[in-house]
Design a protein around this ligand. Structure first.
Ligand SMILES: [Fe+2]
Length: 433
């Protein structure tokens, strides 16, 4: 096997171990719906196997369908999450057998395939990258389900570095063009393509994500009770839902507590805030005299190397993520303290842009100029428009395989169960330029 094939095989094994680990629970937990926002866990599990069958076995290798009668059950577009408990989905043992059978054939295909084949599904192993990233993304979704279900079994005690770095509150990004998106990263999705020049005025962006202490100050300053800080839609959302703090936070006397996978604990004030929706992030930014960064501002601050005239795949450069550079891959089931990764800083000095928490941006999810859907419209294109806001950077629950400077995630502005925080930005004033 070539190096690339070995890497693909290792990643396929790693992601499947992860999925099976999250679903190593009693059947009742797996078939039950824990929130109308989420699928039953065993639906996610068989869905990743069905997706793998559709794309690797049928589309890339032309193999006869194994179980065509279940395709509709696992088509995410046919049944919204809230209605999935009523589907006749495979029960846990059958689901594990099915995805195991698919995987065995996928490994045979990998063994035989020519990764230099010009077919865009096979070239550089794109279709394998597609299913590996897809499964990791569902694993992160399963973790969100397990957080909603209050299951402590996934809390891990992996060491995270202490929050050490000192530095300015904001870093400066001078005006000028940068290259957004990519033409060259082989496993990048259609929505990250094509690379294109974007010209931005000078701006400041927070060196670090907004922390729990700063967010608590917003709450204690009456931020949730002052319509000035909120957009009209955000204010309506806040009032209708009676929200006064991030999801999973409660007030006990003078202290903030949170529930993390079912365990109550004091809110660590030195961590990035998570479980806030776009409306909350946007209101906080206004209260702080700033705004959310646009998606382009976020990406430039994360990866643009102006001296070299090119974009980096990670803020620190080309090197794959390590535990010293970013908090990814579910090592400890929480974000690392602010300032834990000075070595992971971007060329402009922004830290923790990758890992810890997804970050809301001001931008609606849409296609880049010259966008072409690949391999199917439903991956990205059907979500374009003014319904979803872009999230960037990846959380502690995201795997390195599905995180990079150009990676784009998106969700409704009301969503809070995802592992999401934010940082703020502001346009540089004329005197600051
Ligand atoms: Fe999916």
């Amino acid at each position: 096997m070539t190096d690339l094939k070995e890497r693909i095989a290792a990643q396929l094994t790693a992601v499947r171990d992860r999925s099976l680990g999250y679903t190593a629970a009693e059947d009742d937990l797996l078939v039950r719906q824990h929130s109308p926002l989420m699928s039953p866990l065993v639906w996610d599990l068989a869905h990743v196997g069905n997706y793998e069958e559709l794309w690797v076995l049928r589309a890339a290798a032309g193999i006869t369908p194994l179980r065509p009668e279940i395709d509709d059950i696992y088509d995410a577009f046919k049944t919204p999450r809230r209605d999935r408990p009523a589907l006749p989905f495979l029960r846990p043992t059958e689901a594990r057998d099915y995805i195991g059978g698919v995987r065995g054939r996928v490994l045979d295909v990998l063994d035989a395939v020519d990764l230099a084949d010009p077919d865009p599904l096979r070239r550089d192993g794109f279709v394998f990258g597609l299913v590996i990233q897809h499964e990791h993304q569902h694993d992160e979704t399963m973790l969100a389900t397990l957080q909603l279900a209050g299951r402590p079994g996934v809390v891990r005690d992996g060491d995270l570095p202490p929050g050490l770095s000192a530095g300015p509150e904001e870093v400066y990004v001078p005006e000028g063009e940068f290259l957004m998106g990519t033409d060259s990263l082989p496993w990048a999705y259609d929505n990250e393509r094509p690379a294109h020049r974007v010209d931005l005025p000078a701006y400041w962006i927070d060196r670090l994500p907004v922390g729990n202490a700063a967010y608590a100050a917003f709450i204690e300053d009456g931020g949730y009770h002052d319509a000035r800080w909120w957009t009209p839609e955000g204010w309506r959302w806040r009032q209708e839902n009676g929200v006064f703090a991030p999801l999973f936070w409660t007030r006990d006397g003078g202290a903030w507590w949170r529930t993390r996978f079912g365990r109550p604990e004091p809110v660590p004030m030195d961590e990035p805030v998570q479980h806030v929706c776009w409306y909350e992030a946007d209101a906080y930014a206004r209260w702080a005299g700033k705004r959310l960064p646009t998606e382009a501002e976020w990406e430039k601050a994360c990866g643009w190397d102006a001296a070299a005239g090119r974009a980096r795949p990670y803020p620190w450069g080309e090197q794959d993520p390590t535990p010293e550079l970013a908090n990814l891959g579910h090592r400890a089931a929480r974000p690392a303290p602010l300032g834990a990764y000075p070595g992971g800083a971007s060329p402009y000095g922004a830290e923790q842009m990758v890992g810890d928490v997804w970050e809301w941006t001001a931008t609606w999810f849409d296609g880049y100029p010259g966008f072409r859907a690949f391999p199917y419209r439903e991956y990205s294109e059907v979500f374009f428009g003014k319904e979803y806001r872009v999230l960037r950077g990846g959380s502690w629950a995201a795997d390195p395989a599905a995180v990079r400077t150009t990676f784009r995630n998106w969700d409704y502005p009301i969503r809070r169960q995802i592992f999401t925080g934010f940082r703020c930005a502001r346009t540089a004033s004329p005197e600051e330029r």
